[in-house]
Every structure is written in structure tokens, then in C-alpha cells.
Design a protein around this ligand. Structure first.
Ligand SMILES: [Zn+2]
Length: 55
């Protein structure tokens, strides 16, 4: 699972495909809610506010 900003979306998708060998599902972070998971405040690859959840 990756949480990324707009800039790093491609990179996260590339890594996901390498690791899991299948295309990920991509969600807008602001549109998903989790009861037991607080969304991270920073991108996995930089310090920007994340926009996407890649799972
Ligand atoms: Zn980023």
C-alpha cells in the first residue's frame, strides 16, 4: 500500500506493479474513510500532502 502526492503517483504505481505483479487500485484519499486507519499526512516519497491511496 502506498500513499502519494500527485508527483509520485507514477512511481508508486511502478513499484506496486513490480512488487505485486498486478495493477493497483487507486483511490482519492479525500474520498475514502477508514475507521481504524488514520491517513498519513505525508507522501511515501516526499513531504507533500498525499492525494492518492494505491492498494
Ligand atoms: Zn510525493
Amino acid at each position: 500500500m502506498y500513499v502519494t502526492c500527485i508527483e509520485h503517483l507514477d512511481r508508486a504505481v511502478d513499484e506496486f506493479v513490480e512488487v505485486y505483479e498486478s495493477p493497483p487500485d487507486i483511490y482519492f484519499l479525500e474520498k475514502v474513510t477508514f475507521t481504524d486507519w488514520i491517513s498519513p499526512h505525508t507522501c511515501d516519497f516526499c513531504d507533500h500532502t498525499p492525494k492518492y491511496l494505491i492498494v
